[in-house]
Design a binder for this molecule. Structure first.
Ligand SMILES: *Cc1c(COP(=O)(O)O)cnc(C)c1O
Length: 399
């Protein structure tokens, strides 16, 4: 007897009534700085397409050629007969780009984070994790028997307190885990301070740099490069699903022993297929482009600075920072409604942005998150700011 459906329908109604129901907007063509929606073309400011490679013809051409040479699928996990030499080549190229001894591919960064902790740490160890870390880190840590400590977002005093507690409890291995960039705020983890504390407490440092690899740091090597601590970060995880072509796939880049142990023990690696051949080839091309994309990184930084200064001039409140994620804040009780209304009106005006409110962000901290891409032109940025101003003025006039 199906007792589940009525229970689910009731729960779904509650989600709808709370205004938390997510519906998906269907895009009618490729990803890019402008996208085709059913309602017309919209400038797109909500993709993680930081280098513009998702819709770029070059990774797509490399993937097309790979279909002919490497076929469509592998029908195997890596260790049975699912490893082509291009899988290993991509791993070596990621390691070489990030300056680590080796790297290992997963079918997503969610899987990389889901598998890494259980494979490396035991009940004798301790994991010290930033409270705003990505859901996949939280889930991966839950799957591991190590003791868990959580510190307040980017708070080095609290990190020290948690490290002290972990050491006092006699932990063998201690690892500090943080996102390189916190995606709702566009803020950076304080890596130099984290590395100092890790050294003091003989802890490892692990950074998930999904929102940084390819475009943060002078050479696009992410937050460790930005802060000059690349040689002090022990383990990096990241995604191929954002700046690096945006298709799918994740990786862990680290020392040889860590990577080898993950090949032996990480369950999402052992029990799930890896990247399809065409995605490997497209991602290799994306990584090649990203390694040589100084102009794109400079343009992205220029567009970010332009957006920030125009929005501030227009009286909007932005969280501080320099990352191409910009949180345009609508604080207070009525903020969630204002952010939602303004984002909807902006789409009518041809600019696609997303409003976030509780529980995705804290209550009273509603925002519209704007993500810039190197594929955006100056005119695109001006059009975005213009739409913000028009939508806000209309909403204010109606209130
Ligand atoms: C996007 C993201 C992930 C998930 O990446 P996928 O490859 O899409 O699974 C993991 N961690 C962080 C910090 C992310 O931003």
């Amino acid at each position: 007897m199906d007792t589940l459906t009525p229970a689910l329908e009731a729960a779904l109604d509650e989600i709808r009534e709370a205004g938390l129901y997510k519906s998906e907007r269907e895009i009618l063509g490729r990803q890019g700085p402008a996208v085709e929606t059913g309602a017309g073309t919209a400038l797109n400011f909500c993709a993680n397409n930081y280098l513009g490679l998702a819709g770029d013809p070059r990774p797509a051409e490399a993937a097309k050629a790979a279909l002919d040479r490497w076929g469509f699928g592998m029908s195997s996990v890596r260790f049975i007969c699912g490893t082509q030499d291009q899988h290993r080549a991509l791993e070596r190229e990621i390691a070489s780009f990030l300056g680590t001894e080796d790297a290992i591919l997963f079918s997503s960064c969610f899987d990389a984070n889901g598998g890494i902790f259980e494979a490396l740490f035991t009940a004798a160890d301790a994991i010290v994790s930033d409270e705003l870390n990505h859901a996949s880190l939280i889930d991966g840590i839950r799957l591991c028997k190590a003791a868990r400590y959580r510190y307040r977002n980017a708070d080095l005093d609290d990190l020290r307190a948690q490290l002290t507690a972990a050491r006092d409890a006699g932990a063998e291995q201690v690892v500090v885990v943080t996102d390189g960039v916190f995606s709702m705020d566009g803020s950076y983890a304080p890596l130099p301070g984290i590395c100092d504390l890790a050294e003091e407490f003989r802890a490892l440092v692990m950074v998930d740099d999904s929102h940084a690899t390819g475009f943060v740091g002078a050479g696009g090597r992410g937050t460790p490069e930005l802060f000059g601590v690349a040689d002090r970060v022990d383990i990096l995880t990241g995604t191929l699903g954002k700046a690096l072509g945006g298709a799918s796939g994740g990786y862990v880049a680290a020392g040889r022993a860590v990577v080898d142990m993950l090949r032996q023990r990480a369950r999402p690696y052992l029990f799930s297929n890896t990247l399809a051949p065409a995605v490997v080839a497209g991602s290799r091309e994306a990584l090649r482009i990203a390694a040589d994309a100084d102009d794109a990184r400079e343009h992205l930084a220029d567009m970010s600075a332009l957006f920030r200064s125009l929005m501030s001039e227009a009286g909007f409140e932005l969280l501080p920072g320099s990352h191409p994620i910009h949180a345009v804040m609508f604080p207070g009780e009525d903020g969630a409604r204002a952010a939602g209304t303004i984002a909807a009106r902006m789409l009518d005006l041809g600019v696609y942005v997303t409003a976030f409110s509780f529980p995705v962000v804290p209550r009273g901290r509603a925002r519209i998150r704007v993500q810039l891409s190197a594929a955006h032109s100056r005119e695109d940025v001006l059009a975005c700011v213009d739409a913000f101003i028009r939508a806000r003025d209309e909403v204010v006039a109606q209130a």
